[in-house]
Write a protein that binds this ligand. Sequence first.
Ligand SMILES: NC(=O)c1ccc[n+]([C@@H]2O[C@H](COP(=O)([O-])OP(=O)(O)OC[C@H]3O[C@@H](n4cnc5c(N)ncnc54)[C@H](O)[C@@H]3O)[C@@H](O)[C@H]2O)c1
Length: 382
Amino acid sequence: MKKPLRIGLIGYGFMGRAHSNAFAQVNHFFDLEHQCVLQAVCARDGNKVKGFADRWKYNSVETDWRKMIARDDIDLIDIATPNNLHAEMAIAAAKAGKMILCEKPLGLNGREAEKMLAAVTKAKVPNMVWYNYRRCPAVTLAKQLIDEGRLGRIFHYRAKFLQDWTINPELPQGGAALWRLDIKAAGSGVTGDLLAHCIDTALWLNGGIKEVTAMTETFIKERKHNLTGKVEKVGIDDASAFLARFNNGSLATFESTRYARGHKALYTFEINGENASIAWDLHDLHRLQYFDHSDKGAVRGWRNIHVSDNGDHPYVGNWWVPGLQLGYEHSFVHQVADFVKGLETGKPAGPTFRDGLATDYVTDAVLSSARSGRWTKVKQVK
Ligand SMILES: NC(=O)c1ccc[n+]([C@@H]2O[C@H](COP(=O)([O-])OP(=O)(O)OC[C@H]3O[C@@H](n4cnc5c(N)ncnc54)[C@H](O)[C@@H]3O)[C@@H](O)[C@H]2O)c1
């Protein structure tokens, strides 16, 4: 008999669906002592949330997240709401003794994230941040290759996350679906939204970042606000680029924008080491490009590894037969599997709130450097 892990999800948008799918799938593919139970889903509109619960087979609904957190038939609170709600919800959930999975970025800024980390530490509750790209099998393989020392000394880290969906100046800001353009709900623009993903992956693969120098731009200065109906100043960064020095001495460039016409979600990174290089591309997420300088003679060149071709590839043994691709949604299933395994082994899987705070410290430094025009030291998590 498996132990039930009763989940209470807050927010049923894009991520609410991705998480629900992961909770529903994980026990079909991973051997776990726990059984995920879709116990309750919460959002403000009673009719809509009922429709979502029926479709995804949640046992119950709530329209007030505080009531859901207070329920004693829920073990884990999953936060999939806009960024400005993460801290309040996570701190309340920790005080109620619930495990927490929280969407990224952890807080609106490092100050908020510090309070969130303090709350889960005090309550001793298991916690994780949904930086799911770590668990695309090709990215996990990149981590394995680096940890095996195959790259040797790392010289360069290069990351980009490019989109094009806010180029239209008539697009309003604020409210459902457009909260990302509203500084109060989002905290920042592409820095906290997209670069946060690149930074989390980078810290995981290449260690801490020491200092940054950044530039940001807001191309469309005013937009109509959906909640007030008035044309208001845009407070978010539309584009953000920074140089960084890692603690290991390597140099980095990071770039993100929602103004790269033609790109929808082009997250790429490349790492150059003394002995080898690796590169990854979200649009081709099941492949890892790998160049090994120790390869001999005329066949030395970039290898294009299809990261589901053999049972040794990360997570592949849990799914189909070799050669079939794993996609975006699988990264969320893997994250739930690793979180639950962490509960069972007593070895918590990352990224925890501590890791989420480290990323928020980097985004704080990026925004601060963009304002000052100076190199800025990144606060390190104690
Ligand atoms: N891990 C990833 O790759 C990834 C991708 C997209 C979004 N995100 C993060 O996930 C979070 C949600 O983003 P999204 O794209 O799913 O947004 P969304 O707008 O699609 O969904 C947000 C949901 O929150 C609900 N909500 C808002 N206020 C609420 C309240 N007071 N009480 C209860 N529910 C409330 C909305 O009804 C909606 O269902 C954000 O923090 C975002 O940064 C992460």
